[in-house]
Design a protein around this ligand. Structure first.
Ligand code: AMP
Ligand code: MG
Length: 528
């Protein structure tokens, strides 16, 4: 039998250093004055490992072959614990769709323990869908297979793209059915249930701080912020007023950097409520997220947000700022109500976002933006053209490395770019596209590096593979049919998103027609 990690490798900082809820029943309740509630995962009928991230397991220092042991599926499915694990659910609140929602908390996530990694860092292991907690409100604490596949695959794909994110170790089928009304239209039906084991240095969200602050519980707020500084931002110094201000600023900057990265790869989170914004600047809570196929700043994958479009692609940077403002307000009691602290953090967010977004998009074009050039206009004109033609974002940027090495500026729209359009480009689109490409191609000649080098650098930032919605949906359909092979294939291919991998060209294709309006491919609900 392959040994699980020894008990000494599990730590209990969250449990030992933050106040807990004395009650232990999983019954829904208001939890006041506490950052967590103890809870045991609820056993499932037949835990079965469907997919496993060997890369993450190695980083965590788990023994090779551990995943083959049936007792591992039992632990990752919530039916057993390894020695040293002491599970709990975290207490937090949040602003949902612009409105204060009060206490939310881990309604279906349970932290099993804090594992010390071989590199010394701590990784929290958290099961999502492991049964009810004190925070489940009217929910069942479960997750369905389709949303679990999406979270499992996207977590690992984002990591491979270099985007800060929570990770996913495992995907376990529970053998139980979960009833969901997928589109809130009265058509509730049973679906297979699943559990993902998520992994992160911390799952702390903006909402963890907002809740005690909204309740006037400054003591808990301070304990939590001091804890955060001590373990996650030690470089900001001893907890005190200056460190609190520096923390807000650091979180603002991390959030801005994260969202600039999302924009650059066409990732739309879908539910940027403050309970889904990580204090560490990680992508967290993969729900109705989506990837941009045809470039559209107004697109949102989330049907719950279809009318308002609050969390649409082009709104993400502004929403990030709005969320930092809510965090800033929550921390005000710790900085003597000094609004200037919040204003400085918001200014830092703006500066960081525009710097990072510019840098990332410049790199996508093989450019180092410089003062003597009209690079801002070049980028704005590109966005206008992308939005008007609705071309595939990923394919368009990836195709540019082939254009940059051409001996002359293009005189017609390159075939790869025509092929990346979802509708035949008309004469105007073609003329505007060629004229933009010519401007850009000439501009690349004023870079200090030769075109061949630019092409290599561009292919390192313009992914060939992203977890397109329809790809995830194909893997989901196959899994519902009993095969997890497509999940395994996507996990492997998405682990090398910048490599050409010609044998997997079918996974780099633009969205097929059948997927355009299919649920799961273009529209997703929060109900998962
Ligand atoms: P989300 O939109 O997934 O970030 O969830 C928002 C809140 O609803 C969080 O407090 C979740 O824990 C809770 N929640 C979502 N789904 C369930 C469920 N099936 N059972 C219990 N709580 C849930
Ligand atoms: Mg959430």
């Amino acid at each position: 039998m392959v040994q699980p990690p020894p008990a000494e490798r599990f730590h209990r900082r969250f449990l030992d250093e933050l106040p807990g809820d004395p009650a232990t029943a999983a019954a829904p309740r208001a939890v006041v004055g506490a950052a967590w509630s103890r809870v045991q995962p609820t056993p499932v009928a037949a835990p079965h490992l469907l997919a496993f991230s060997h890369r993450l397991a190695a980083e965590l220092g788990l023994a090779g072959g551990l995943e083959l042991d049936p007792s591992t599926a039992a632990v990752l499915g919530g039916n057993a614990l390894w020695p040293g694990m002491d599970p709990y659910a975290a207490n937090y609140g949040g602003h949902q769709f612009g409105h204060w929602a009060g206490q939310l908390g881990d309604g279906r996530a349970i932290v099993l323990g804090e594992l010390r990694r071989p590199d010394g860092a701590i990784a929290e292991l958290q099961l999502k869908g492991a049964g009810p907690t004190a925070y489940s409100r009217r929910g069942d604490g479960r997750a369905v297979l389709r949303s679990s596949i999406r979270e499992f695959l996207c977590s690992e794909a984002m990591h491979a793209l270099g985007v800060p994110t929570t990770r996913a170790l495992s995907l376990v089928a529970t053998g139980d059915q979960v009833v969901r009304d997928m589109f809130y239209d009265g058509n509730a039906r049973p679906e297979p249930g699943a559990i993902v084991c998520r992994v992160a240095p911390s799952f702390l969200r903006f909402g963890n701080y907002e809740l005690p602050s909204a309740r006037g519980d400054v003591a808990l707020l301070r304990t939590l912020v001091d804890f955060t500084l001590r373990h996650h931002f030690p470089e900001l110094g001893t907890p005190a007023r200056d460190a609190y201000a520096a923390l807000l600023r650091a979180v603002a900057e991390r959030t801005a950097r994260l969202i600039a990265h999302w924009q650059a790869i066409g990732f739309v989170h879908g539910v940027m409520n403050t309970d889904n914004l990580s204090m560490l600047g990680l992508t967290i809570d993969y729900g109705p997220y989506g990837w941009i196929d045809d470039f559209d700043l107004g697109w949102t994958p989330n049907t719950t947000d279809a009318a308002q479009r609050r969390y649409a692609f082009g709104n993400q940077p502004t929403i990030g700022l709005w969320n930092v403002m809510r965090l800033g307000e929550a921390l005000l009691p710790l900085v003597d109500g000094a609004e200037s602290v919040v204003e400085e953090a918001l200014a830092a967010y703006d500066a960081t976002y525009s710097g990072e977004a510019t840098r990332r998009f410049a790199a996508k074009l093989g450019l180092t933006f410089s003062a003597g050039e009209d690079d801002g206009a070049l980028l704005r004109d590109l966005f206008t053209w992308l939005q008007k033609t609705g071309i595939d974002m990923t394919l368009f940027f990836r195709s540019l490395s082939r254009v940059v090495v051409a001996a002359a500026a293009p005189s017609t729209l390159p075939e790869a770019i025509v092929a990346a359009c979802y509708r035949e480009p008309d004469a105007d689109d073609r003329a505007a596209g060629v004229s933009w490409l010519q401007r850009w191609w000439r501009r690349t000649r004023r870079e200090s590096r030769p075109a061949a080098e630019l092409a290599v650098a561009m292919d390192r930032v313009n992914p060939r593979f992203v977890l397109r919605n329809w790809l995830a949906q194909e893997a989901i359909d196959a899994a519902h049919g009993g095969s997890a092979e497509k999940v395994a294939r996507l996990l492997e291919v998405m682990a090398r998103p910048f490599d050409e991998q010609p044998q997997h060209a079918d996974l780099a294709a633009k969205r097929p027609d059948w997927a355009r309006d299919k649920p799961g491919c273009s529209a997703l609900s929060c109900s998962s």
